[in-house]
Design a protein around this ligand. Sequence first.
Ligand SMILES: N[C@@H](CCC(=O)N[C@@H](CS)C(=O)NCC(=O)O)C(=O)O
Length: 233
Amino acid sequence: MKMLLISGSPYARKVRIILRELEVECELNMLSTYPPTEDEVGCYNPSLRIPTLIDGKEEIFESDLIVEYVLETYGHRSGAHQAKVPFLPQRYKQETKWIDLKRSAIVETLIDTMVNAAYLNWCGLTETRRNLMGFSLESRWEQRIARCLDWLEEQATPDGFSPGFLTLQDIEFICAVEWTDARMQYPWREGRPTLAALVDSFADRPSFAESQFPPMPDFLMPALEEQGKTSSG
Ligand SMILES: N[C@@H](CCC(=O)N[C@@H](CS)C(=O)NCC(=O)O)C(=O)O
């Protein structure tokens, strides 16, 4: 099995963490250029995005589908149960199905919005004018990010969203906020002590420690400084 990815992708990192938790061998094919080219990814994934997983004849894309595939195919691996806080190799627990799925959905909205906000900023667009419907995209996104984080703060415990286990929702959330720490200066910890404690509680776990995001590339540093100025007013 091999996966096409870049080391700075929050979508790829969650798959990496799950593979590591399940002790599934996978060749990590780190792409050296960004964005992925037609030649590298186009023959596997029409969206031209990573992560893309190739397992024999099966080519899987979209990180959530990759997660489903990995859990269905390799979720029974015993390694998953050996840790003190075991990884729960399923998308949700039956008794908390809808809340688990809603948490995953909100975390996905959170990371998509944060990535869009960062990309807009890296285009030099720190303030767009109101659109034809009368609202500005970035203030709507800012509002959404804050509301999603506040909603998650109410749901979290310092030991995870379902204490006693490492769940998919914990992994998805940690990948989302640690990406923002590495790529934009968004103060998500402020006023959200439970989420901060949750992230810190898993920091030393090998699957997280080994897949940390690399530092911001030099060519994005000016944008990061600009973001810092904007968020501190
Ligand atoms: N919904 C997709 C998002 C994947 C995604 O946006 N990947 C980024 C890297 S973090 C990418 O490949 N971007 C290239 C592009 O937008 O052309 C997933 O969950 O896999």
